[in-house]
Write a protein that binds this ligand. Structure first.
Ligand SMILES: N[C@@H](Cc1ccccc1)C(=O)N[C@@H](Cc1ccccc1)C(=O)O
Length: 621
């Protein structure tokens, strides 16, 4: 197969063979990212011993950073290294970051007194922060490059295959994240250590690190098969300079004696190409529409923080299996894998059959509304939890009061989180004395056991040791979180999947990456809003915070629907073609008057933004 740049690549069933490596790379990379993220907030809380607020703040700062760095990646790839090298170099940085996280979670490194807790917490905190910074740089940097690099592999005649590639790409993201959000919490719940046993965060971070190395190796193996487009120059820089010139030129000509121009960007015409100006106008129209979007992500990304912490106060016993709090996040990719095909093949066609024009911006508005609804559900669940008990924890905290006048060594059997081993066995050892006893534990309960002074060789521990329940078991079931997960995921399908497609279709050809980076920037800002609102509001009750976020998104949803109503869809390719044709006409020495007339028509075309591209007729919203 020969693609648009004359590159010859091997094909399998009409698809370039090279995309196989890109899709596998994305699967492994998303496994690595979401696997690490799934246990992160619990690592902060239980390993680094941070409180809920600090854990949530650092978690969202990290996520925000992951979506700020795509701009950096896009600039480096477009103007300097090209996508291929950028992906390689930043993947190395990413893998180093993951390894640093895994090492930071080995408690034995600083556990000098071998009591199971690190003695130099600063070492663990610093190393994990360095690790998270490198991961943010890596994952964000490669994000706008990988999908675009995949798209580059297709020829102009492979539009259909390219569309399928993007769907498979999204499914791979969720396949990888689904597996990792199941696996890493299981690894985290194991006990491991050299001198003393602790929850195994090092393994939970180590496996994602290994997957990132696999992602890198797979990508390098495909090296000889890729089409590697040369960097096109710093398009971001050109855009900024052109906008800057338009603003300064407008300011210089602010006096009334100068005739006004139709659009403020037209003030750049004195120096810049009309095509570039037209393209910037298209981008600015979409970016303006992006302004309210961060609020959606503010709610969406709390799945990994507030909702996971909420799950720690719930009962995860599902009969045959016990679900870990951080495993609840798997509901999201499971629903994505089922909802995306259902929406595409049943819901959207059904809506169309009913004669409704469910445009992308309408879908996004409904997606926002569903996310707000999800937070109302979260608030209701929180009220249930608060009513059921005042203070509890997911972990079975067990303490012993030793009534004997000599030390007793107590150990317990391993508990595999997928089976309901609510029954735990404790082994007591003191000199010649050695015995065992078993007790049943409720999910989230805490007990104190009393070792009587009369305990001696031959005693029956099962009968002699008495226990008192300090904290009642969690009684609100984790299944109650399913409705909130359902609404947030249905919202994601309508908002995120549609938004990605919208950003791509409305972007000029040379600025697809710019708009992708802009889209990811809304995710970053959304995560900063979590920090600001949680810090400023400082609400005493968690459910009131959920209601606050739901109300904020509802307000933003109304504003967005008004903005969307005034937006008209464009076909960037058509507009660009008209401008290019005009340049050709210039070469044919067309007279000035006619050229001006045509330019006027094109400007009007752009400003009216005819929506022939979308459903073949003028479409608002
Ligand atoms: N549904 C998410 C994946 C996910 C898996 C497990 C827990 C939470 C989320 C997804 O598809 N993410 C995509 C798209 C996206 C979503 C939000 C912000 C940026 C991109 C991804 O590329 O990660």
């Amino acid at each position: 197969m020969v693609n648009k740049s004359g590159f010859n690549s091997k094909e399998v069933c009409g698809y370039p063979l090279s995309i196989f490596f890109i899709v596998v790379n994305e699967f492994c990379e998303r496994f690595s990212y979401y696997g690490m993220r799934a246990v992160l907030v619990l690592y902060f809380k239980y390993f680094l011993r941070w409180d809920d607020d600090l854990a949530t703040s650092i978690y969202h700062t990290f996520v925000a950073l992951c979506y700020l760095t795509p701009i950096l990646g896009a600039i480096v790839a477009d103007s300097w290294l090209g996508k291929f090298k950028t992906i390689i170099y930043l993947s190395i940085v990413y893998a180093i970051g993951q390894v640093a996280m895994a090492v930071s979670a080995i408690h034995d490194i600083t556990d000098t007194d071998r009591d199971g807790t690190p003695n130099n917490m600063t070492f663990h905190v610093v190393l994990s922060m360095v690790g998270l910074f490198l991961i943010a740089l890596g994952t964000g940097g490669i994000k706008p490059c990988v999908a675009a690099f995949g798209g580059d592999q297709f020829g102009d005649h492979q539009e259909r295959q390219r569309r399928t590639f993007f769907s498979v790409f999204y499914l791979c993201i969720n396949g990888g994240s689904l597996l990792s959000t199941i696996i890493t919490p299981i690894l985290r719940a194991q006990n491991c250590g050299i001198y003393s046993k602790q929850k195994c965060y090092s393994l939970a971070f180590g496996v994602p690190a290994a997957l990132m190395v696999v992602a890198l190796v797979v990508f390098i193996v495909g090296s000889g098969m890729y089409y590697k487009a040369k960097p096109e120059g710093n398009i971001m820089g050109d855009v900024c300079k052109c906008i800057g010139f338009a603003i300064s030129n407008r300011y210089k000509h602010r006096s009334k004696q100068y005739p006004s121009r139709e659009h403020w960007m037209d003030w750049a015409e004195d120096k810049y190409d009309k095509l570039l100006i037209a393209q910037i106008k298209m981008v600015l129209k979409v970016l303006f529409l992006y302004i309210p979007l961060p609020m959606f992500w503010t709610l969406f990304d709390q799945k990994g923080s507030r909702w996971t912490l909420q799950a720690t106060t719930m009962d995860g016993n599902f009969g045959a299996i016990v679900i870990q709090p951080d495993q609840m996040q798997t509901v999201n990719p499971i629903l994505i894998l089922t909802l995306v095909p259902i929406m595409d093949s049943v819901i959207y066609p059904l809506i169309k059959k009913c004669g409704l024009n469910f445009t992308p911006l309408k879908r996004m508005t409904v997606g926002m509304f569903l996310a707000a609804l999800a937070f109302v559900c979260a608030a209701v669940v929180q009220i249930e939890i608060d009513v059921s008990r005042k203070h509890l924890t997911y972990f079975n905290l067990t303490q012993f009061v030793n009534g004997m006048n000599k030390p007793v060594n107590v150990s317990t059997s391993e508990i595999f989180p997928f089976l309901i081993i609510i029954r735990a066995t404790f082994f007591l050892q003191s000199g010649q004395l050695s015995c065992a006893f078993s007790r049943d534990f409720g999910f989230g309960s805490s007990y104190t056991f009393f070792i009587p002074s009369t305990l001696s060789l031959g005693s029956n521990c099962q009968e002699s040791i008495t226990g008192a329940e300090d904290i009642k078991p969690n009684s609100v079931h984790m299944a109650l979180q399913v409705p909130q997960y359902f609404f947030i995921t249905a919202g994601e399908v309508m908002f995120s999947v549609t938004g990605l497609e919208f950003s791509y279709s409305q972007a000029p050809s040379n600025m697809k990456a710019v708009l992708q980076a802009g889209w990811l920037l809304t995710v970053a800002i959304g995560n900063f809003i979590v920090l600001i609102v949680a810090e400023v509001a400082k609400l005493p009750k968690q459910w009131t915070e959920y209601v606050l976020f739901a109300s904020l998104l509802l307000c933003v949803c109304i504003i967005f629907s008004i903005m969307a109503y005034f937006y008209t869809y464009i076909d960037p390719t058509e507009i660009e073609a008209k401008f290019r044709r005009n340049v050709g006409d210039d070469d044919d020495d067309k007279n000035d008057k006619q050229r001006k007339l045509e330019m006027e028509m094109m400007k009007r075309d752009l400003d009216r933004s005819d929506d022939e591209h979308y459903k073949g007729k003028q479409t608002k919203m």
